[in-house]
Design a protein around this ligand. Structure first.
Ligand code: PGA
Length: 251
C-alpha cells in the first residue's frame, strides 16, 4: 500500500555538467522500474538542468532546502515558488546538517513544511537523534519533539503528502548504519506518534524513509522491515551504479 521511495541527497556535490552526466546515466538504467519512486536532490545550481534532463523519465526532482517566504529581501535564499518553477516535486526539510550547521530548528522546519504544502511541493522531513542523545536513552523524546513540532498544524491531507526520513545523526556519513531492528523500532514509534496526532489510518499511509549510511549491501535488510518505506541516500547516491543497485533492491 505504501510505495517505497528512494531519494538521493547529493548534498554540496556535483557541478551542472556532472549532475547531468549522473542523471542521464541513471535514467536509462531505471527506466523500467515502476514499483519504486525514484527521487534525486541535486544542489540548487543544478536543479534546472537536471529537471530538463529527467523530463519524460520516471525520476522526480527534489531540492535540499528552501526558505518559507515566497519572495523578498532574504539574500541567498531560495523560495518555494522558485522550486516549483524549476520542476521540484519534493524538498528535503530539516536535514541534520541544516540543524547542526545552519541553525535550523523545529520552528523553521514547521514554517518550511507548511510553505512547501502551499505550493504543492512534498516535503521530506528529516528527524533523528544524535549519538549522545541515543547514549543517554532519549532517542524517542528527540524524535517525538522533531515530529510533533516540525509537523504541527498540518491537515490530514498535507500529512499524507509528507514523507518522514528517520536519520539517526550518528549514522550519517559515518558508515555506521542503524541495525534494521533499531531503525524499525523508531519507525514504528513515529507511526505511533502520527496515530496520536491524526489517526491510525493516516499513520499507516505515511511513508517513512530510513537514512544514514545506506548502501547496496544493507538496503534489502532495512526495507524488509515492516515500517521502513524507502531510503534517503547520501554518499551512495553520488555513484550511479551503487544508487541503481539501491533502487533495485529498495522494494
Ligand atoms: P549518507 O547520508 O547516506 O551519506 O550517510 C544520508 C543523508 O544525510 O541523507
Amino acid at each position: 500500500m505504501r510505495k517505497p521511495i528512494i531519494a538521493g541527497n547529493w548534498k554540496m556535490n556535483k557541478t551542472t555538467s556532472e549532475a547531468c552526466e549522473l542523471v542521464n546515466a541513471l535514467k536509462e538504467k531505471v527506466a523500467d522500474i515502476a514499483d519504486v519512486e525514484i527521487v534525486v536532490a541535486p544542489p540548487f545550481t543544478a536543479l534546472w538542468s537536471v529537471s530538463e534532463a529527467i523530463k519524460g523519465s520516471n525520476i522526480k526532482l527534489s531540492a535540499q532546502d528552501m526558505h518559507w517566504e515566497k519572495s523578498g529581501a532574504y539574500t541567498g535564499e531560495i523560495s518555494p515558488l522558485m522550486l516549483k518553477d524549476v520542476g521540484c516535486e519534493y524538498v528535503i526539510i530539516g536535514h541534520s546538517e541544516r540543524r547542526m550547521y545552519f541553525a535550523e530548528t523545529n520552528e523553521t522546519v514547521n514554517k518550511k513544511v507548511k510553505a512547501a504544502h502551499e505550493y504543492s511541493i512534498k516535503p521530506i522531513v528529516c528527524v533523528g537523534e544524535r549519538l549522545e542523545e541515543r547514549e543517554v536513552g532519549i532517542t524517542n523524546d528527540v524524535v517525538k519533539d522533531h515530529v510533533t513540532n516540525g509537523l504541527a498544524g498540518l491537515t490530514a491531507e498535507q500529512m499524507l503528502a509528507t514523507i518522514i526520513a528517520y536519520e539517526p545523526v550518528w549514522a550519517i556519513g559515518t558508515g555506521k548504519t542503524a541495525t534494521p531492528e533499531q531503525a524499525q523500532e523508531v519507525h514504528r514509534f513515529i507511526r505511533e506518534i502520527l496515530a496520536d496526532m491524526y489517526s491510525s489510518e493516516i499513520a499507516e499511509q505515511v511513508r517513512i524513509q530510513y537514512g544514514g549510511s545506506v548502501k547496496p549491501d544493507n538496503i534489502a535488510q532495512l526495507i524488509a522491515e515492516p515500517d521502513i518505506d524507502g531510503g534517503l541516500i547520501g554518499g551512495a547516491s553520488l555513484d550511479v551504479e551503487s544508487f541503481i543497485k539501491i533502487v533495485k533492491l529498495g522494494k
